[in-house]
Design a protein around this ligand. Sequence first.
Ligand code: N7H
Length: 440
Amino acid sequence: NLNIDDIQGDVLIGMKKNKELFYFFSIANARVFKRKLATDILLLITTTTQLLSVSTQPLTAHTIAFSQTGLKTLGVTDDLGDPAYAGGQFADLGNLGDPGSTNWVPEFKGTNIHGVLLFASDTEHNIHAAVAHLDAVLGNCVTKVYTLDGAARPGKEAGHEHFGFLDGISNPAVKGYESPVPGQAVVEPGTLLLGETGDTVKRPAWAKNGSFLVFRQLKQLVPEFNKFLTDNPIVKPGVLTPQQGSDLLGARMMGRWKSGAPVDLAPLFDDPALGADPTRNNNFTFVHPDVALATDQTRCPFSAHIRKTRPRADLGTPEEAVHHIMRAGTPYGPEVSDHEAATHTTSTERGLAFVAYQSNISNGFHFLQKAWADNANFVHAGTGVDPIIGALAGAQRVVSGLDPTDPTKTLTLTTDFIVSRGGEYFFAPSLSAISGTLAV
Ligand code: N7H
């Protein structure tokens, strides 16, 4: 049984609020910070139990996590057993497909960030009040290094990321803790939480029930993405209008329609009722009795973002089982302006404040990005990179399988529609680790 009073709420169920602020800090005075951690911050951290019911949710939910240099600054020198975490994300960028660090937010370069606080609430007002409270409590024992304001998109776009696709559909269910909806991946608790069943790495005892938080600020070039779809519609005379052909291309790049409906179940046209139905919108494996799994791309391309990042039947169960992450990101930045849409050019940054939890970064985020999304020969030779998140250090990206009328046809993507602005690897400890180890 999981001790959900001790596990930070964002890890297993997500704070899921309309507004979320990411507050990156460095610790200026470790002695004072430890004291505040024990007396004030610990009380603010939102547990899984608290998030489960609206009546126990705080006005503003809080999550805290520390980088490797942050733990060292606190005098915690135990090896957590994760080399990617130990080195920090800046040292790892060459493995992730980033074209160097030129696009990185300067504050993410190096290892100066010691920790991050995530504030989530219904309103910006609540968040500002919570930040002001914390600033007052902490005084100058921490330095604010960088902040990023996340927010759900307005109106009927709420829940959709900036390209327009419904997000947050497919996250794994934890064995023994929740029952899965049809098609949902089921993972051992140790896939997400250190020291739990399924985590095979040796960890210090206090790290149990913590989770690695991968943060990435991923800029999305939305008008450019839309222009690409407009310029390359899938052509089926008498069946698809140019607009429908463009929508189909986008859906095939993602593996889902904007409504969330999987192309595996709705191959030609969107099916919003399917997209909105959690008992059906994950219930597919890419297997169909009429075609061969290893060659057929009429329904879902091998390169589609959701197939690259969760290959389902393509891999078979045991291999599939460990490479799962819990995603808890949120969009940031404004809506596309009329001017940006008309010129097909981004002028104000927007994107996804990407958050992924896992017990093992090498099996989780790092693996999904490097071994799968950026690998042109996964899931089969010649598949091409993930047309959404695949990155080749700035080199041109070529993808096959996107045109259902001719799956051998390749499409050269004119640009990277997602640009990494960098990030950091953090560890989100249990509450007992905060009180028993980090604060002492
Ligand atoms: Fe992705 N998107 O809207 O374009 N993602 N993703 N992702 N992603 C998913 O199933 C998106 C990114 C995964 O279980 C959906 O919830 C964007 C990274 C995984 O079937 C949509 C960005 C990584 C899944 C998006 C981005 C992943 C997934 C479908 C960056 C890991 C679940 C909705 C700006 C390295 C697959 C859903 C499954 C789904 C989008 C990044 C991984 C719409 C905009 C970096 C595992």
